[in-house]
Design a protein around this ligand. Structure first.
Ligand code: NDP
Length: 246
């Protein structure tokens, strides 16, 4: 039996690495992209020229109906989703003083409402089939807070509250729900930070003295998706080079 793994935002830095890892492990890999993403077709073609055989569907994760339509199409074309990786996310960093309602809403809708919108579409099926995995990609900044990220820290912390509550509800049904909280990983979300800030402010906070690699996050996601991880649920797993320990 080939399991279906759906990764939201699979065309981003972490998402792509997660898709590649899951494909290497033999999953049917499906990713979503924003309906406004004009480069999605090119990305898919490049990946499939490399032999990955990914499928990709448009989905605005902030929109419940778009999430519903996406999962219905995936289920019809490929099969029910066994592993959902809620990875899509954005930042709109600024101090609380400058933050507008629109900046708040955009980040909460994309990072947190998305988790409800997507998980809602797949959970009943997972419970019926007595097997499923929900993996929510949060952030170290949801654990410890970060200057200029009241919106992002709130959304990412909210993911873990959702994780713990839902994990309790579905534990008896073979479905696990977990959060992972990466530290700074070398994707465009982080490499967009000016090098002098990375060197002077960020790297000194990381005991392993480097940014994380997307492949390191993908390896953790793959483990959480596996049968071996059946006893691991409701957790928030830090993967941050020792930046934040508790
Ligand atoms: P990227 O910006 O590279 O990727 C983000 C993805 O989210 C994109 O593929 C984008 O799709 C998708 N996305 C954004 N808005 C929407 C939307 N409304 N509907 C559907 N998809 C959407 O970021 P990363 O790969 O770096 O980050 C992935 C996740 O990891 C995020 O949740 C982020 O918060 C988290 N994270 C990242 C860290 C890092 O250091 N990089 C550290 C900790 C957590 P599209 O391009 O099609 O719009």
């Amino acid at each position: 039996m080939v399991r279906v793994a759906l990764v939201t935002g699979g065309m981003g830095g972490l998402g792509e690495a997660i898709c590649i890892k899951m494909a290497a492990l033999g999953y049917h890999v499906v990713t979503t992209y924003s309906p406004s993403n004009t480069k999605a077709h090119d990305w898919l073609q490049t990946m499939n020229n490399m032999g990955y055989g990914f499928k990709a569907y448009p989905c605005d994760v902030t929109d419940f109906d778009s999430a519903k339509a996406c999962i219905e199409a995936v289920t019809k074309d490929i099969g029910p989703v066994d592993v959902l990786v809620n990875n899509a996310g954005i930042t709109r960093d600024m101090t609380f003083k400058k933050m507008t309602k629109a900046d708040w809403d955009a980040v909460i809708h994309t990072n947190l409402d998305s988790v409800f919108n997507m998980t809602k579409q797949v959970m009943d099926g997972m419970v019926e089939r007595k097997w499923g995995r929900i993996i929510n990609v949060s952030s170290v900044n949801g654990q410890k807070g970060a200057f200029g990220q009241t919106n992002y820290s709130a959304a990412k912390a909210g993911m873990h509250g959702f994780t713990k509550a839902l994990a309790l509800e579905v534990a008896k049904n073979g479905v696990t729900v977990n959060t992972i909280s990466p530290g700074y990983i070398g994707t465009k979300m982080v490499t967009a930070i000016p090098q002098e800030i990375l060197d002077s402010k960020i790297l000194p906070q990381i005991p392993v003295s480097r940014l994380g690699k997307p492949e390191e996050i993908a390896g953790l996601v793959a483990y959480l998706a596996s049968d071996e991880a059946a006893f691991l649920t409701g957790a928030n797993i830090s993967i941050n080079g020792g930046q934040h320990m508790f």
